[in-house]
Design a protein around this ligand. Structure first.
Ligand code: BGP
Length: 475
């Protein structure tokens, strides 16, 4: 059997992309709520445009999401029907502390997640909880400048103490921050950073990164103190950079790009800043504000496992202009790789790159890996008889699961589990669209929020059910 016994199959979501109910249960506003759908989205999530409240004329998809807030029983029952062993979801910080800096938590928010976790357990599903999936209470953005400010470390500690104590015995698997390296690409979406005119963006981003790294190490320490059974992971938006060619300049460029992302895991898995990062910060005159206590906390509290998302491999060159220039593709800019396919959204499809990325992470860290996002965003069509024949999604997932199987079976990688992104259709983080669908479960809702919200099983629903039932034996 290629997949280990107890391998954790499941799916992954994020609060702001599916919950909705943004003003219910005492919830406060967050950065992710005020990122509009449409052409402004990119500017806002890059932190270049200031939108700290709802403005007339825009549609804000996070306000309603897919209304998981009211549908979670139905949705979790559907996940159970597919045989999920694990369900990854995130906590909206502003449900627990509406402003982020209150002394006491909001009981309605705590009770909501307690119900969700209990519901998972009733179905035999293990919750895997991301404490922060891109969200930051808007009050913390306005008052402190979000994660640039060290105050957020203390506020985050307050948050995690509440969570670990309240959900002790109910939740065992934790991820501190989703895709921490997103700070460097989408600073407002990733860490609530709005760049001030003339501000050194790199300094703001690396300060935010440092504060999140320290907060994450504190959370790891507190999690282990509250319950030694807790398992805490870091989370990387992964996808190794290939050199465009074997020219040494291209190989070197790929190495540098990989280091830029792996920096985050280097700190969280090894407990210290790597030399290349220290030198880069020194060269650029960036002071992240490291204290002696930070150094100690980072060193003593490395993560238990390494989780990551994988959608695409990436490619770069020493001189990008000589090979067609840098294209956006997704948040990770690179040069075009002529050997791979792309999705409807221009995202590279590269299953072998998945195996390569898995091996790169395993070789570097030798800690158990957890794939917590993988999938294909695609347009789906509901046929007149009500079915959705998403064979393209099945093909993508099959090829990627096979690549992961090869990494386990042939390369000896230790892998804890696999959760597909968006097992139920949800709002896209990158574009705010609803019609970029990842799910096994279709949700009747369009890009502007119209639709009945009815849930419908796609063809892939039954395919994944069979894949899980056979522990990956029948794909
Ligand atoms: C990751 C995020 C997710 C998710 C996914 C797909 O970066 O962690 O939140 O959205 O990408 O991206 P998109 O929604 O832009 O298709």
């Amino acid at each position: 059997m290629p997949f280990p016994k107890g391998f954790l199959w499941g799916g992954a979501t994020a609060a702001n992309q599916c919950e909705g109910g943004y003003d219910e249960g005492g919830r406060g506003l967050a950065n992710v709520d005020v990122i509009p759908h449409g052409s402004e989205r990119n500017d806002v999530s890059r932190g270049l445009r200031r939108m700290l409240d709802f403005e007339p004329g825009y549609y804000y998809p996070a306000q309603t999401g897919i209304d998981f807030y009211h549908h979670y029983r139905e949705d979790i029952a559907l996940f159970a029907e597919m045989g999920f062993k694990v369900f990854r979801l995130s906590i909206a910080w502003s449900r627990i502390f509406p402003n982020g800096d209150e002394e006491e938590p909001n009981e309605a928010g705590l009770a909501f997640y307690e119900d969700v976790f209990r519901c998972c357990r009733e179905h035999g599903i293990e919750p895997l909880v991301t404490i922060t999936h891109f969200d930051c209470p808007i009050h913390l953005v306005k008052k402190y400048g979000a994660w640039r400010n060290r105050t957020l470390i203390e506020l985050y500690k307050r948050l995690v103490k509440v969570l670990f104590n309240r959900y002790r015995g109910l939740v065992r698997w934790w991820i501190t921050f989703n895709e921490m390296n997103m700070i460097l690409h989408r600073p407002f979406m990733g860490a609530g950073i709005v760049l001030e005119p003339g501000e050194n963006a790199r300094e703001a981003e690396y300060r935010a990164a440092h504060n999140e790294l320290v907060a994450s190490a504190w959370a790891t320490k507190i999690a282990h103190e509250v319950d030694p059974e807790n398992r805490v992971g870091c989370m990387l938006a992964a996808g190794s950079y290939y050199p465009y060619s074997c020219r040494p300049e291209d190989v070197r460029a790929a190495q540098v790009k990989n280091q830029e992302d792996l920096f985050f895991v280097d700190v969280q898995a090894r407990g210290r800043y790597p030399g290349y990062a220290l030198k880069m910060l020194e060269r650029e005159g960036i002071d992240v504000g490291m204290t002696a206590e930070d150094e100690r906390i980072l060193a003593e509290n490395t993560v238990d496992f390494i989780s990551f998302s994988y959608y695409s491999s990436r490619c770069t060159a020493g001189d990008p202009d000589s090979v067609g220039g840098v294209a956006e593709g997704n948040a990770f800019a690179g040069v075009e790789n002529p050997y791979v396919r792309t999705s409807d959204w221009g995202w590279v499809i590269d299953p072998l790159g998945f195996r390569i990325t898995i091996n790169d992470l395993w070789d570097r860290y030798q800690k158990p890996l957890f794939v917590v996002e993988n999938g294909l965003g695609a347009y789906d069509e509901v046929l007149p008889d009500g079915t959705i024949e998403d064979d393209y999604r099945i093909a993508y997932l099959r090829e990627h699961i096979e690549a992961m199987r090869d990494a386990i079976e042939q390369d000896g990688v230790e892998m804890l589990g696999y959760t597909t992104w968006g097992p139920i259709d949800l709002v896209s983080a990158g574009s705010g669209e609803m019609e970029k669908r990842y799910g096994f479960i279709y949700v009747d809702r369009d890009n502007l929020g119209n639709g009945t919200l009815e849930r419908r099983r796609k063809k892939s629903f039954y395919w994944y059910q069979q894949a899980i039932a056979t522990n990956g034996g029948d794909l």
